[in-house]
Design a binder for this molecule. Sequence first.
Ligand code: SF4
Length: 366
Amino acid sequence: MIIEHENSKKININKFQNDLISWFKNEQRDLPWRKDQNPYKVWVSEIMLQQTRVDTVIPYFNRFIEWFPTIDDLAEANEDKVLKAWEGLGYYSRIRNLQSAVKEVKEKYNGEVPNTPKEIAELKGVGPYTAGAILSIAYGIPEPAVDGNVMRVLSRLLSIWEDIAKSSSRKVFESAVRELISHDDPSSFNQALMELGALICTPTSPSCLLCPVREHCHAFFEGVQENLPIKTKKTKVRDVQLAAAILTDPQGKVLIHKRSNKGLLANLWEFPSVEINHSLPSDREELASLFKETHQVESKLDKIIGQINHVFSHLIWNVMVYTGSLSSEFKEGTDWKLVSIKEMEDYAFPVPYQKMIIQYQEFLGK
Ligand code: SF4
């Protein structure tokens, strides 16, 4: 069958499917979540792969499945342990949503991931892409799984000039997949599109000469593959200046704080930190009083042991890291603990604070 997509020229669908799927079957990477098509594992891998590179995800995925091999294990797990398993992956709302969705699956669907678009889309954190990925990969249902990667590939293949940064464009690409997808093997088809985007039709300098579907590609024939996709720039990220203090008690234990259960890095652990609006206060006493005002912690700040820059999607943290000591006796509570460096391993810290732990260990080693 040959189709003419509303945004594109003609394409021979059967041949396109065959070329794409045979390439995928021969060339696909050996990834742990491809070992079987268990819907829970597909789900976990797809959530981890949002915003995170495959190489980074592999060890996290293996450990996560070792710790929480089934839906029941994850549903019943302690939140601190779950956050610990996610520590360093970032975008922590992903794991909070995954755990609450898994609880719902356990209670409402008897532990079986639902296999209808409607039910699956109602689960927390499961957007259209993840729903399509689970339905097609695990259940063989011909649903589109369209993310930025797939939009890039399709915009080139079909010469679609919609702005992929606009959420309204997704529908255009989903309808293109609905026309193109193999009904015999939707799982391989969707994975092949993703794999093509990861290995061949990459964001810059696509490897068209190695491409298994080059003969179907309109951008290649028009010589515009480098001009697609159209993607307008995101709004500018905001710079935030912070000071963090690694404060010790007379026994050398370090004060850590659990962040609020709302907002950025919710429920993760940190060293007490304060936002500095303009420039660093000129002396340490002034800074210590800022810590007292913000956290009710009395301290004496000592050395600056490092500076951390960390980029989030919408802001950049520039953190000045201090050591110091607690100047009054400190009472631990649910959100405040005094721990040794070894004991810190039991708490989930976001990446910038993990870097501070390394800086502190280096500092102590000196
Ligand atoms: Fe992408 Fe080039 Fe293949 Fe077209 S020919 S799909 S632009 S890699």
